[in-house]
Design a protein around this ligand. Sequence first.
Ligand code: ADP
Ligand code: MG
Length: 154
Amino acid sequence: MESIEVVTKNYKETKKLGEKLAKEIAISHKRALIISLEGELGAGKTTFTQGFAKGLGIKETPKSPTFVIMRIYKLNKSNRSDKIVEFENFIHIDAYRIASKDLKSLGWNELVSGPQNIILIEWGDRVKSLLPKNALRIIFEHGHSGSRLIKTIQ
Ligand code: ADP
Ligand code: MG
């Protein structure tokens, strides 16, 4: 994927960006896809994730999974948009309160090696040593008057 650097003016634009990237990335990608979302509290990671899920055709709206750590959404025929045929699961993780060993005990190694998984992990920088080398990192920064700077690092 091309690198991006975008300023969003409000939460709707951040959500739209997630939706757009989900479609672009998931269609062009053929293997397990790991995306680390990084930035302070309130920077827009969950908002982006909600748009991303929508872009994949998921009907539910992901909430911040801080208290459950991980949620798995099945991309079955009924909730998957037509073009995304390679993937079976959309997995949303929040690493805010966990350490690498906790993530490992959640089965991280199996999840990241499954070619059928798309994983968005909020606070991925907190478990950096477990991120695969080819993980896409998206950084969220607060800007002036409700804006956010959102950029990729590869
Ligand atoms: P995080 O998951 O990074 O902690 P959230 O997405 O949960 O952040 O929260 C972002 C908050 O900031 C929401 O309340 C949202 O409405 C607000 N907000 C304001 N401007 C923006 C913007 N440009 N992009 C994303 N969220 C924004
Ligand atoms: Mg969040």
